[in-house]
Design a protein around this ligand. Structure first.
Ligand SMILES: [Fe+2]
Length: 435
């Protein structure tokens, strides 16, 4: 099944897709270009977002030295916490409003970049916190217009937030994580320096590596954009618009890199070739899912994050209960792809091949099993938890997990097959352990 077939026109379906991208600079040492790049955009006074763990680290020192050498005034906001919530965004947007900045730099992982995006939004376009989230959680209000110039500098290889217009935030009163998406939240520049991974703890690299793998897999197997209804207002086209030829290109390459480099990069911090490629793959996967959207593994991961009890993960300076995002995604992913394979078997089989599975004698009926098998192989080789059982859940939790996950309506609708509440329960029940 080739691309022409996959994106064949449908009655009433979309006939166009839109790609939004920042300017991207990639390479070892490029973080030191930050000063010139910010000055080149005419910035004079910059807000630097980071978190308390990076505050005294090498990356932030390089970034602030670069701003100093270009004569840029700057102030640091370091109160970003992992899984930012309204309180964190409120603090950050107050900092922005009071500081009279003309630009923003974010140095950190997904939480830092997502907080920077949301802080700019709420500082410039004041609203109730829930207004900008999509239904059924929020008011579905469109982001009204541009925010400040933003240079995003990722320090992990997973989130891809530097190349997306998405901000994932925790909504405490509803005990869930949800996404604000808009092309206005897309950073203007991504400065991607793989040297940031040199000192990244193993568990963080592993978790973010599986996050990036799932981003790519979900883009590649998502509902085709031609299967979403045509929009009447082109400016209202959502970023979760389904798989498309652009997301395919980036997802394929990201999967190839993960297949070749994830186990190597995790096993050996000195393997710069593998780690540098993983950093590139994370951004590629961001370029893909920022223009297609994810689907069930992410939708279901949020239920794991919300309902987890008494779980802690080594290398993360966060109090229990806590499951890192990439782990919450990958523990349910093999079960998801076993469920979705029948809707797009050729794509699932291709994805497995890109990840390194031997598909020479495979038939389309084997697609789900082969893809799940390759993922499980990678999980076992990197000491990931063995399914949702490995993070404290059992089959008896499937109903309440499904109940929480079903609120991620747009992501669930982006799956390649119709997915009911009973289907989600089924997926969780079959995700308890894999080996
Ligand atoms: Fe993710």
């Amino acid at each position: 099944m080739g691309c022409c077939h996959h994106f064949a026109p449908t009655q009433g379906g979309a006939s166009s897709f839109t790609v939004d991208m920042p300017r991207v600079t990639f390479g070892r040492g490029c973080l030191s270009e930050l000063g010139e790049r910010a000055a080149g955009r005419g910035l004079k006074r910059v807000a630097v977002f980071t978190d308390p763990f990076l505050r005294d680290g090498l990356q932030l020192a390089i970034a602030t030295q670069a701003l100093d050498s270009s004569g840029l005034d700057h102030e640091i906001f370091d109160a970003v916490r992992i899984e930012p919530d309204q309180h964190c965004v409120d603090e950050a947007s107050t900092f922005l409003s009071e500081g009279r900045f003309d630009g923003v730099v974010s140095v950190g992982g997904g939480s830092v970049m997502d907080t920077a995006k949301a802080a700019m939004l709420y500082a410039l376009y004041r609203a109730d916190f829930l207004d900008y989230f999509g239904p059924p959680i929020g008011g579905g209000v469109a982001v009204p217009g541009p925010v400040l110039p933003h240079i995003a500098c990722p320090t992990t290889a997973g989130t891809g937030s530097e190349t997306t217009g998405l901000s994932v935030l925790r909504i405490n009163q509803l005990n869930c994580k949800f996404v604000i998406g808009s092309r206005h939240l897309l950073p203007d520049e991504a400065l991607i320096d793989p040297a940031c991974l040199d000192t990244l703890p193993r568990r963080i690299l592993t978790s973010s590596g599986f996050d990036l793998m799932s981003h790519a897999l979900e883009c590649y197997t998502a509902r085709a954009y031609t299967h979403w209804p045509k929009v009447t207002d082109p400016m209202a086209r959502l970023m979760i618009q389904g798989a498309n030829p652009w997301s395919d290109i980036h997802a394929r390459e990201a999967l190839r890199i993960v297949g070749q480099c994830l186990v190597r990069g995790v096993a050996d911090a000195e393997d710069h070739e593998a780690r540098d490629k993983l950093m590139w793959a994370a951004s590629l996967a961001g370029m893909a899912f920022g223009n297609s959207g994810t689907h069930l593994p992410h939708a279901l991961s949020y239920a794991i994050t919300h309902l987890v009890a008494d779980q802690a993960t080594e290398d993360y300076p966060v109090a229990a209960p806590f499951v890192p995002h990439g782990i919450s995604v990958v523990v349910n992913a093999p079960s998801v792809f076993r469920f979705t394979a029948c809707a797009a078997p050729a794509r699932h089989l291709e994805a497995a091949r890109y990840l390194g599975a031997d598909t020479r004698d495979a038939s389309e009926d084997d697609a789900g099993e082969i893809l799940a098998g390759r993922m499980i192989e990678l999980m076992a080789a990197t000491d990931m938890p063995n399914g949702i059982g490995g993070v404290g859940f059992g089959a008896e939790d499937a109903t309440r997990l499904a109940d929480s996950a079903q609120r991620q309506r747009r992501a669930i609708g982006n799956a390649p097959r119709e997915t009911t509440l009973e289907d989600i329960e089924h997926i969780f029940r079959h995700a308890v352990s894999y080996w």
